[in-house]
Unconditional design. Structure first.
Length: 322
């Protein structure tokens, strides 16, 4: 055999190993591996001393408080109804946690799903109305030298009054990472995703992350994560409608949502409602309202889990028949 062939053969073997590693890991973690770890993220958090936090209508409420209480309820119900799944909290206390720490917590714990809980808020609507006019006195200087003098004049100017009205914006929204931020998501998957593991020998394959095959596979993972994020977000909004909530739909932000892009897994951010809308504020403060929302989110996660794991179960059954 020509020895010049060896480098080419070695290269092909290495690429084959990378492809096998990717395929194996993808099948095990993304499809057949089931959802083993869910990260529940309570948005924001109190900074410093906790004092009274006031909502739009004088009630002692804030997004920090509501997101924390809803997240705690969600963790409790998921632990009870999904004992086979590890449920972890990125903000386990009432205090603030930096977004970077949240993402690192999710990635370090090899989360299979990231669910962030938030509340919306918009300022009151500002209306400026002309209410009439008034006379205004002003002076002009005329002439030069000794003939210079100030002349009194008057003019009519409009009078305005500013009114503020309650903003009618209301409803739930669920966000996924922005599609045009795919490059950012890929970077975090490369950096944090456990995608190079060789599970058969419990070792690792040393690969070049700039290799075109590696990049192509990571791009496929990113698209799969995006699709699964949209899938879960759609189920969440569907469940909210089922309990009578108004859904504003599944959304993306033009500037993106960093924590969704920085987590190497399917990830969503749920806006429970608008604290600037009095009926929703009262609903989200109430124990009944919070419990209804939590139960809806829990049902959504279970439906999603069954949906993404179903192909894996079918494949396993088909393989056993062969």
């Amino acid at each position: 055999m020509n020895k010049n062939w060896f480098p080419g053969i070695a290269c092909l073997l290495m690429l084959g190993l990378v492809a096998i590693s990717f395929t194996s890991k993808k099948n095990n973690a993304a499809a057949a591996g089931k959802i083993r770890t869910i990260i529940v993220d309570a948005g924001h958090g109190f900074k410093g001393t906790i004092g009274a936090r006031h909502g739009s209508f004088g009630t002692e409420v804030s997004e920090d408080q509501i997101s924390y209480e809803v997240a705690k309820r969600l963790v409790a119900i998921l632990q009870k109804e999904m004992p086979e799944v590890k449920i972890l909290e990125s903000r386990p206390t009432v205090y603030f946690v930096e977004n970077k720490a949240r993402a690192e917590f999710a990635n370090n714990n090899k989360g299979d799903l990231f669910v962030s809980i938030h509340c919306n808020y918009v300022p009151k609507l500002r209306e400026v109305v002309r209410t009439g006019s008034r006379k205004e006195t002003y002076y002009v200087t005329t002439g030069k030298g000794k003939s210079k003098k100030r002349v009194k004049k008057t003019r009519t100017v409009p009078v305005y009054k500013t009114y503020y009205h309650a903003n009618p914006a209301h409803g739930t929204e669920t966000y996924v990472f922005a599609a045009h931020k795919q490059d950012d998501k890929e970077d975090f998957i490369l950096e944090n995703g456990d995608i190079f593991s060789n599970e058969e020998d419990d070792g690792t394959i040393n690969v070049n992350i700039n290799d075109p095959i590696v990049k192509q596979q990571v791009a496929l993972w990113t698209k799969q994560f995006f699709g699964n994020s949209v899938k879960l977000a759609s189920i969440v909004e569907e469940e909210f409608v089922g309990i009578g909530r108004f859904s504003r739909g599944v959304k993306q932000r033009q500037k993106g949502i960093w924590v969704l892009q920085a987590t190497a897994m399917p990830s969503i951010l749920i806006e429970l409602g608008f604290l600037s809308h009095r009926p929703e504020e009262e609903y989200l403060i109430s124990e009944e309202g919070q419990q209804q929302m939590v139960e809806s989110i829990a049902r959504s996660i279970k439906r999603y889990k069954d949906l993404v794991e179903k192909p894996a179960v079918q494949n396993a059954a088909n393989n056993s028949r062969k």
